[in-house]
Design a protein around this ligand. Structure first.
Ligand SMILES: Cc1cc2nc3c(=O)[nH]c(=O)nc-3n(C[C@H](O)[C@H](O)[C@H](O)COP(=O)(O)OP(=O)(O)OC[C@H]3O[C@@H](n4cnc5c(N)ncnc54)[C@H](O)[C@@H]3O)c2cc1C
Length: 405
C-alpha cells in the first residue's frame, strides 16, 4: 500500500485541472485515469472565456492557443426562417471574447503535461478506481486496478472527479438527484469542404435540432433525438439519419450519404442531476460527478474547471502544509460552487423545456424569437455574460510553491 496527500479519481477537465493546481502549490497528488489515453471523441470541446482566463492566470494561455482551434465570437441559431443571433461574446469585457473549440484530449494533454513539470504530480493511466478505503464514516483513499493488478492508495484527501457515472461517488454511498433531460444526442462526423460555412451553429427546424461544429477538416455533428429514442431511429436504418441531415444542412450536398452506418455514430445519453452533499470526511466530489450537466450552452467543461479552481483555492494551502482537512472545508467548496451549478442547471432546464422538447416534438413553428437576441438590452448582456463567464467565475488564488522539474 502507498500513501499520498491527495488522490484524484478521473482525469477529465475537473480532475486534471485540480491536480495541476495542487501540484503547482507543492501538494503531492496522484491522478488516476481509467483509460489508456485521453482520446475521447464526441465530448465537450468548448473552452469558454472563464476557462481561458484560468489558463491565462497559470501561464498556459499561450501554449493553449498554439493548439489548432476554431474561435466562435458569437452563437447563432439557424431556423427555416433565418438566423437568430443568441449571444455576441465580442462585447464581453476581458481579454478573451470567444469560445475556443479544442478537442478535449488536446486540452487534457496540455493540462497534464503542465502538471508533470511539478515533482509532486503523478499520473497513472489505465487505473480504474473501484472502491474507497473507509475508516468509520471517513474515506482514507482508494482501491484501484491497473494492468499490474490491485492497488490501495491511502490519502489525506480523496477527490471523486470521475464523471457522471462516478464509481467513487457510488462507493461512498452518495446518490445524485435526477432532474431529467428530454433528449439524447447522436454524434457523428462528415467531411468539410473549403466552400462550407465558417461558423459553428445550432440548426433548428420542426421536429429536428442539430449542433454543427466546424472542426476545420470535418464537421462534428450532433443530432438530438427524444430521450431513449436511439433504438427506434436505428431500426429505421441509416437513411433515417442521413435524410434529415441532408435537409437541415443543404450545403453538405451528397456528403450526408457518406455516413456509412450506425457503427459510425456515437449515442450519448444526456443526464442532468446533482448531489445534495458533495463530501464525506476525507472525500470531495466535483465536476460531473457532483452535477452532470446537460450539453445546453456547452458549459460542462467550464463548470468542472471552475469547481477545480474553487477546490484548489480552499484546499491547496492546508494540503501543502500537511494538515488534516476538516469536513467543514469540503463543505465550503460545495457552498461556493452550488449557486452557479443550480443557476446553470435551471437555465439548461428552461431551454430543454421551452425550446428542445417542443422542437423535437415537431410542429410547424417550433420557435418564435427576435432575430437578434444579442442586441436586446439586458437579455443580450446577460446571455453573453452567462455563456462566456458563467455565474460565479473563479480566479486562481493558489500560490506557486513548487519548482518545475
Ligand atoms: C453529449 C454531451 C455533449 C457535451 N458537450 C459539451 C460541450 O460542448 N461543452 C462543454 O463544456 N461540455 C459539454 N458536455 C459536458 C462535459 O463533457 C462534461 O460536463 C465535462 O467533461 C465534465 O468534466 P469532468 O472532469 O467532471 O468529468 P469527465 O469529463 O466525465 O471526466 C471523468 C474522467 O474520469 C474517468 N473515470 C471514470 N470512471 C473512472 C474510474 N472508476 N477510475 C478512474 N477514472 C475514471 C473517465 O475516463 C474520465 O476521463 C457534454 C456532455 C455530453 C454528455
Amino acid at each position: 500500500m502507498t500513501r499520498n496527500t491527495c488522490v484524484i479519481a478521473g482525469g477529465g477537465p475537473a480532475g486534471a485541472v485540480l491536480a495541476l493546481l495542487l501540484a503547482r502549490s507543492g501538494v503531492e497528488v496522484t491522478l488516476l485515469e481509467k483509460h489508456a489515453d485521453f482520446l475521447r471523441d464526441f465530448r465537450g470541446d468548448t473552452i469558454h472565456p472563464s476557462t481561458l482566463e484560468v489558463l491565462d492566470e497559470i501561464g498556459l494561455a499561450e501554449e493553449f492557443h498554439r493548439i489548432p482551434h476554431h474561435k466562435a465570437h458569437a452563437m447563432a441559431m439557424e431556423t427555416d426562417e433565418g438566423s437568430i443571433r443568441i449571444a455576441d461574446l465580442s462585447n464581453l469585457t476581458g481579454k478573451y471574447r470567444y469560445i475556443a473549440f479544442v478537442p478535449q484530449w488536446d486540452f487534457l494533454n496540455l493540462v497534464t503535461t503542465a502538471a508533470a513539470r511539478y515533482p509532486g504530480f503523478r499520473l497513472v493511466m489505465n487505473a480504474e478506481v473501484h472502491d474507497v478505503i473507509r475508516e468509520g464514516n471517513a474515506v482514507r483513499g482508494v482501491r484501484y486496478r491497473d494492468p499490474d493488478g490491485e492497488h490501495e492508495l491511502r490519502a489525506t484527501l480523496t477527490v471523486a472527479a470521475d464523471g457522471r457515472h462516478s464509481d467513487v461517488r457510488e462507493a461512498a454511498g452518495l446518490v445524485p438527484v435526477e432532474h431529467g433531460a428530454p433528449m439524447d444526442v447522436v454524434w457523428f462526423r462528415l467531411p468539410r469542404e473549403a466552400a462550407d460555412p465558417e461558423k459553428t451553429f445550432l440548426r433548428l427546424s420542426a421536429g429536428h435540432m442539430m449542433v454543427v461544429i466546424n472542426r476545420e477538416t470535418y464537421w462534428q455533428l450532433a443530432y438530438l433525438i427524444p430521450k431513449g429514442g436511439f433504438d427506434a431511429l436505428r431500426s429505421r436504418g441509416i437513411e433515417a439519419l442521413r435524410e434529415p441531415v441532408a435537409t437541415l444542412l443543404p450545403f453538405l450536398g451528397e456528403r450526408a450519404g457518406l455516413l456509412p452506418d450506425f457503427d459510425h455514430v456515437s449515442v450519448l445519453s444526456v443526464a442532468l442531476n446533482r448531489l445534495r452533499r458533495w463530501h464525506r470526511p476525507g472525500l470531495l466530489v466535483i465536476g460531473d460527478a457532483a452535477h452532470a450537466m446537460s450539453p445546453v450552452f456547452g458549459v460542462g467543461i467550464n463548470l468542472a474547471v471552475q469547481d477545480a479552481v474553487a477546490a484548489a483555492n480552499l484546499l491547496a494551502g492546508p494540503l501543502a502544509d500537511g494538515a488534516e482537512i476538516p469536513e467543514s472545508l469540503l463543505a465550503a467548496v460545495q457552498r461556493r460552487r452550488t449557486p452557479p451549478t443550480v443557476v446553470t442547471q435551471f437555465a439548461q432546464r428552461v431551454v430543454q423545456t421551452m425550446l428542445i422538447r417542443p422542437a423535437l416534438a415537431g410542429g410547424d413553428r417550433p420557435v418564435r424569437l427576435p432575430r437578434d437576441l444579442s442586441r436586446l438590452p439586458v437579455i443580450g448582456a446577460l446571455a453573453r455574460r452567462f455563456i462566456g463567464l458563467g455565474v460565479l467565475p473563479e480566479h486562481v488564488k493558489t500560490p506557486v510553491r513548487s519548482h518545475r522539474v
